[in-house]
Design a protein around this ligand. Sequence first.
Ligand code: FAD
Length: 299
Amino acid sequence: VLPRLARPFEYEAPRSLGEALDLLRRWGPDARLLAGGTDLLVSMHERGLTPACLIDLKRIPDLDEIDVLPGGDVRLGPLVTVRTLERSPIVHERLPVLAEAARLIGSVQIRNLATLGGNLCNASPSADLAPPLLVLDASVEITGTGGSKRVPLSKFFTGPGRTVLNGAILTAVWVPAPPLGTRAVYLKHTPRQAMDVAGPGVAVYVHLEAGSAKCVEVRIAMGGVAPTPLRAAQAEAVLRGKNVTPERIETAAATAVGEIHRYAGDAVDQRSSGRRFSREYRRAMVKVLTRRALAQICR
Ligand SMILES: Cc1cc2nc3c(=O)[nH]c(=O)nc-3n(C[C@H](O)[C@H](O)[C@H](O)COP(=O)(O)OP(=O)(O)OC[C@H]3O[C@@H](n4cnc5c(N)ncnc54)[C@H](O)[C@@H]3O)c2cc1C
């Protein structure tokens, strides 16, 4: 049984982006945007969040589309559900690591409601769609009253539950077409199977030179280990431009752990995996997952 909400709220369902922006301007910080509601309603029921108005984005046309652009880049609308990411032939064919990550989220019921935009804008350090999108070098389109701008996803998160949005709406996620010959994988640690608490997750993207072990490009991103999902730039440097060997994989995995050491104390959001796994355990898992992911795709 859900606890009673602390206070009633207004509900608005704008039919255009312009209308939604007008409502945001009128209500200011008392308003919250509503997508699937799987994070927002939990915050309202269990964490005392009391918005004066919910602005439902779901009646705005076209925000749930997936488009392949000339050149092969993919544009994902913020209202694309996690279930659609899991099942879309376009995502399977072009961005399989994203489909893989989507499949690991919650239950089918949650995935049917949960959206891509909600997962990123909620800014949980362990949001499962963040590491794969970071290694795919995605950027987000942010639309506010002053217009739209593109921001690399790596600059989008500023802390647990915080982003650079500042009252704007995330209106698209852009993913550059991965070159032929790249492979990516997302591994997440969950002690049990379905609907488990969020554990650390690691996404790895590797482009090997055709017919050799030389690593042309590598990207590694981690979730659930620091205040925001983040790229492991130093670990990437261990492999970029070099032949991938078991020894280098081991060094890269250890370096990735070193990169989260700069976050003093237990900085992971307490709503997320920080509450459930010790710092030492999360770091040990990052090493295991990074090593395993690299070994899996560099076979
Ligand atoms: C039982 C359960 C299990 C879960 N398991 C997982 C899991 O395994 N992995 C995982 O990553 N997450 C999990 N979640 C969290 C949640 O389902 C996802 O983060 C989901 O993708 C959120 O999307 P939503 O559409 O429901 O967001 P909402 O709840 O509608 O919104 C979340 C936040 O984002 C803001 N927002 C939404 N859309 C926009 C936009 N376009 N522009 C600006 N701000 C916006 C809202 O105002 C709100 O602050 C789980 C949740 C539950 C309840």
